[in-house]
Design a protein around this ligand. Structure first.
Ligand code: UD1
Length: 417
């Protein structure tokens, strides 16, 4: 397994460019299963997760080609109504194929995604939605199978505004007879982007980005050319990194309205965050005030930036509390930070952080994708060299992180095992 060797840096200066949103692109790719017409998605990051989705779609019947950072996808015929276990087990977002497969062919068979390092992550809300639309669901041999002669529009209330369930139900409902209402829907920008794409290929969706999404079923779809939205989690990671150091950094390709909760916390910490068109400049002297964080569904503070912000809070002046309300087991990185000299205690769903730590470089392990990025951020302000192991996690969500950081003067190298 590969690792990063990261050296501390005195000052971060320069520009860093954010790519297309991983969490937006994966459902966009899955949704192409709805149509037989060719589609093009621009600004697709060349990430492990994207390549896993490519393999799944190919098994199902898609023809896919890269052209630079654009993906050409065409699914003239569904060859298999099933996503293979070997891929689904690697990436939870593969469950996104369930809704579109069910809508287009009336049958979808997908392995149960299983738990993962950040929590149980059930699929009951996805299932509740499919059932409400008239599908029958069977579980067996580790698979979930949905079948429907025809789907009929219905009202679905989500007990929690689940991102995954909202995407899947929205895609399934696009071809259902009549009107579907998803209430207490997730409001993430990637949901809005998916709805925009679906409308481009011929769906009738309104209300995406609000609590209530209305989908009026249509019979068939055309093709579309679409540009993915910028990755708000990648952008947020760079904003936090710049804040932690002495820096003058321009983060390019950012939609600031997608990052309101994070930017407002950075400002509270004492950092200058200056929007410049599609870019954001961060000016920091690296001296930060501690703030409290509670992760929440969008537009609240994203759980996907919790670990990176914890990295910042370990060195900020004062004590702080992070409450993780989205995933029950998302503090795996705490013990790695503490090995670097941080002072963090976990109490239930909260992490209590005594700031002002003098972090020390050592051997640490990425426990998941965002935790891995957070350790790289900590390494930049630590004393001495840090080796971050298991960086295959980081490669799932950051395209060529080392090259991007090198443009800011960071000394980071990838050691292939
Ligand atoms: C989560 C994030 C999303 C992010 C994505 C990618 C939230 C709310 N969601 O989405 O912003 O883009 O990771 O990293 O921050 N749940 C159920 N039953 C279900 C589905 C979910 O109980 O059927 C629960 C989960 O266990 C979890 C919460 O709902 O506690 C959030 O789940 P969900 O939003 O679906 O997670 P992801 O789709 O992974």
């Amino acid at each position: 397994m590969s690792k990063f060797i990261v050296h501390p840096i005195d000052k971060l200066e320069g520009e860093i460019v954010v790519g297309g949103a991983k969490n937006g692109v994966l459902p966009l790719m899955a949704s192409v299963l709805l149509t037989a017409e060719p589609c093009v998605i621009h600004d697709v990051p060349d990430l492990k997760d994207v390549n896993v989705m490519i393999e799944i779609l190919k098994v199902i019947g898609a023809k896919i080609e890269w052209e630079g950072s654009s993906l050409h996808i065409e699914v003239p015929k569904i060859l298999k109504n099933e996503a293979p276990y070997e891929y689904v087990s690697k990436m939870r977002a593969s469950f996104d194929v369930m809704g579109p497969l069910l809508a287009r062919t009336g049958v979808a068979r997908v392995p149960m995604p299983g738990g993962c390092s950040i929590g149980e992550r059930p699929i009951d809300l996805h299932i509740k939605g499919f059932k409400a639309l008239g599908a029958t669901i069977e579980f067996g041999h580790g698979f979930v199978e949905a079948r429907a002669e025809k789907l009929v529009g219905a009202s679905v209330y989500l007990d929690f505004p689940s991102f995954g369930a909202t995407k899947n139900i929205m895609m399934a409902a696009t071809m259902a007879e009549g009107v579907t209402m998803i209430e207490n829907a997730a409001k993430e920008p990637e949901i809005v982007d998916l709805a925009n794409f679906l409308n481009q290929i011929g769906a009738k969706i309104s209300g995406a980005g609000t609590d209530t999404i209305k989908i009026t079923g249509v019979k068939s779809f055309g093709g579309a050319i679409h540009r993915a939205i910028p990755d708000r989690i990648e952008a947020g990671t760079y904003l936090i990194m710049a804040a932690m150091n002495k820096s003058n950094v321009l983060v390019k390709n950012v939609v600031t309205s997608h990052l309101k909760a994070v930017i407002s916390k950075l400002i509270e910490c004492g950092v200058q965050v200056i929007p410049e068109g599609d870019n954001v400049r961060v000016i920091s002297d690296g001296k930060l005030k501690a703030v409290d964080i509670t992760t929440l569904p969008h537009p609240g503070f994203p759980t996907d930036l919790q670990a990176q912000f914890m990295s910042l809070l370990t060195v900020a002046e004062g004590s702080s509390v992070i409450m993780e309300t989205v995933f029950e087991n998302r503090f795996m990185h705490v013990s790695e930070f503490n090995r670097m000299g941080a002072n963090i205690k976990i109490e239930g769903h909260s992490a209590l952080i005594q700031g002002g730590a003098k972090l020390q470089g050592t051997e640490v392990k990425a426990t998941d994708l965002r935790a891995g990025a957070a350790l790289v951020l900590a390494a930049l302000v630590a004393d001495g060299e840090t080796s971050v192991h298991d960086i295959y996690h980081i490669d799932r969500g950051y395209n060529n992180l080392e090259s991007k950081l090198q443009t800011l003067g960071v000394k980071i190298e990838r050691i292939q095992d």
